[in-house]
Design a protein around this ligand. Sequence first.
Ligand code: SF4
Length: 234
Amino acid sequence: MKSKSPSSHLSEELTEKKLQTKYIVQNLEATYGTPRNTNSYDPIDELILTILSQSTSDINSHRAFDSLKKRFVDWESVRRARPDSIAAVIKSGGLANTKSVVIKNVLTQIKALRGKLDLSFLRTAPIVEAREFLTSLKGIGPKTAACVLLFSCKRPVFPMDTHIFRITRRLGLVPEKCGDIQAHEIMERLVPPKKHYSFHINLIRHGRSICRPRNPQCQKCPLIEHCEFGQSLL
Ligand code: SF4
């Protein structure tokens, strides 16, 4: 009998993983519902909000974002402000000194590259270009870029946060040793079209409630049938 070529083996594996992902998406929606993306932030707003959200809670980052919008009339005024003036306004979001510098630099780079503080082209640009533009900005990594593209621009990309890294590794979708960029690429290939937002939100819910960092509750997990880690415990 003729043995399978390496490429046909890889495509079979990809088909299997896609099917596994589809079932996982369905099971999570059956458990937590189907979240809809109702985000109405402009891409620059989303970018600044995502920078503010690093290493703090949603409540704190939104509070810092609202203070910034209240204190400055527009992003150009933030760009022109001194970092310590920005830091004083966003202190409720934590790491204010670092974030104020990143925000000012990012706004300055956007103005230099695009001629104005407007990122609406990200809504229609090819995804590769849109991602390249965002990650070319100093201080912006693949996760922040993916958040802007998914939440504000409604593009089919998949941000990986710490919960999602942990769960997708346990499920066996993402290899143990896998960098940020590669993990984003793998998940974007696997997640069914139009399910990026729902899957992202539901994995975070699952990571907070059942598949926690320590002592995951595998016995009551709706994903156990599709999970490598869970199956290894049976
Ligand atoms: S079976 Fe366990 S490890 Fe797998 S997703 Fe569920 S809680 Fe996490």
